[in-house]
Design a binder for this molecule. Structure first.
Ligand SMILES: Cc1cc2nc3c(=O)[nH]c(=O)nc-3n(C[C@H](O)[C@H](O)[C@H](O)COP(=O)(O)OP(=O)(O)OC[C@H]3O[C@@H](n4cnc5c(N)ncnc54)[C@H](O)[C@@H]3O)c2cc1C
Length: 412
């Protein structure tokens, strides 16, 4: 006989992945005793602020192979996982529970209400209907194995709680006091570094260009990093935008090792080769020799940015194509195709950021999200060493890992 005071499932963390695990489990195994324990004073706090308050729930990418390419850490493990729960399933689940999603031109998917509250209300309503016990200000402090599962001790709660299965969904574990507890259970953790940040750059060439954006560049760590493509935004502090955030994610560890001080190269015209540009400029010299270089921007480089790049090549404002010296021409080509900048630090991207690192992937069985060391203990969401680039991929990893854990726990 099961002890009635024992929970079938204790979910630790009342964020995106914790709620989704509890809700999915309740749907699959109705009537079982579930508790969600949240350290903070409110549930789903990150969902609330996510996507600038709009909650970028997932991404309109429905091919698991393509989808998995958006995860600097975890893409191999997620490829199989996405065959079991991918954005299509997310969209369907939300639709079925009263939240319609829409896709924007760049693939990001939001509730049609453009409000994260819609997602929060949906989750809380479902949890109430499924009679999931929700506990606030209940941070897990200690976890030990006992004969029938786990014994859990929470802050503000003198009574320990028994649970047959435990799902850890506590988000970033950087600086979490729980780390010691988990290490005592022999769980091992990849070191933490920030991901999805903007680059601080102090450079004359962009000094007065805050707010200027470019629709498509390639950015790479100098001298020979892999280029990351997408739009770029010049800010008061340096560079941001999807291409920069992508690079910050893919090179998160290398950049952290350099204390976020590093050189990087921007290709402002990734669709055009240096040779093709050289020919284009030779034609300018031949047919438009009297035209000023600063007045001949190459699309899609914004005019003000072009003026600055052209101006930093040793020519003055009135230099014409005919007057442009060979060294100045070479410098201009260099500035366009591999424009070197030095980052002196990072700035948090307010719309979305995550921590790379967490429970080491090889220590988990990705068919169940169960720990290989500690049967009955599951990990989902950001506390696992998985993270995606910006665009709804991080929530999708939370939904997918939560679904897989819920199915496994319900079947166990
Ligand atoms: C500003 C911002 C905007 C973002 N926007 C997006 C977006 O639009 N789209 C997207 O895909 N991703 C976005 N992300 C990333 C996304 O929020 C995370 O990937 C996602 O929240 C991870 O879900 P999670 O449940 O694993 O962790 P969390 O959502 O962080 O939830 C973990 C919960 O566990 C609780 N907890 C911690 N320790 C304990 C403990 N000991 N006991 C009990 N509870 C504990 C925490 O208080 C927290 O409520 C954003 C992130 C930020 C910071």
């Amino acid at each position: 006989m099961t002890d009635p005071s024992t929970l079938d499932l204790a979910v630790i963390g009342g964020g995106a992945s914790g709620f989704f695990t509890a809700l999915q489990y309740a749907e699959l195994a109705p009537g079982r005793a579930i508790g969600v324990f949240e350290k903070g004073a409110s549930f789903l706090q990150k969902v609330r602020i996510s996507g600038g308050g709009r909650c970028n729930v997932t991404h309109a990418c429905f091919d698991p192979r393509e989808l998995a390419k958006n995860y600097p850490r975890g893409s191999r493990e997620l490829l199989a996982a996405f065959h079991r729960w991918q954005p299509n399933d997310t969209v369907e689940w939300f639709e079925k529970h009263g939240v319609s999603l829409k896709a924007e031109a760049d693939g990001r998917m939001f509730p049609i209400t453009d409000s994260s509250e819609t997602v929060i209300e949906c989750f809380l309503k479902q949890a109430r209907e499924a009679r999931i016990a929700l506990h606030l200000k209940c941070g897990l402090q200690a976890i030990t194995r006992d004969s029938n599962g786990f014994l859990l001790r929470f802050e503000n709660n003198p009574q320990p709680v028994h649970a047959r299965k435990v799902c850890i969904a506590i988000g970033s574990m950087k600086a979490s006091p729980l780390l010691r507890e988990l290490e005592a259970l022999e769980e091992s953790v990849e070191p933490f570094v920030p991901s999805l940040f903007a680059f601080n750059v102090s450079d004359e060439r962009i000094a007065n260009l805050a707010g200027v954006s470019h629709p498509y560049v390639a950015v790479r760590v100098a001298p020979s990093g892999t280029p990351r493509h997408g739009p770029l935004l010049i800010t008061h502090k340096g560079f941001s935008g999807p291409a920069v955030l992508k690079l910050s994610a893919w090179e998160a560890r290398e950049i952290a090792a350099a204390d976020h001080r590093f050189d990087f190269l921007i290709d402002w015209l990734p669709h055009e080769s240096t040779e093709s540009l050289r020919n284009r400029f030779a034609e300018n010299r031949q047919h438009h020799g009297s035209r000023m270089v600063r007045n001949s921007p190459v699309p899609p480089i914004p005019r003000r940015l072009w003026e600055s790049l052209a101006g930093s090549c040793g020519s003055d404002d009135s230099t014409t194509w005919a007057q442009l010296s060979k060294p100045a021409l070479n410098l201009l080509l260099d500035n366009l195709k591999s424009c070197r900048f030095t980052a002196s630090g990072k700035t948090t991207n307010k719309d979305e950021f995550v921590t790379a690192g967490g429970i080491r992937r090889p220590t988990l069985d990705f068919r169940t999200m169960e720990s290989r060391q500690t049967p009955g203990l599951y990990f989902v969401g950001e506390c696992v060493d998985i993270d995606g680039v910006t665009g709804g991929f991080n929530f999708q990893a939370a939904w997918t890992t939560a679904h897989i854990a819920a199915v496994a726990i319900a079947g166990a």
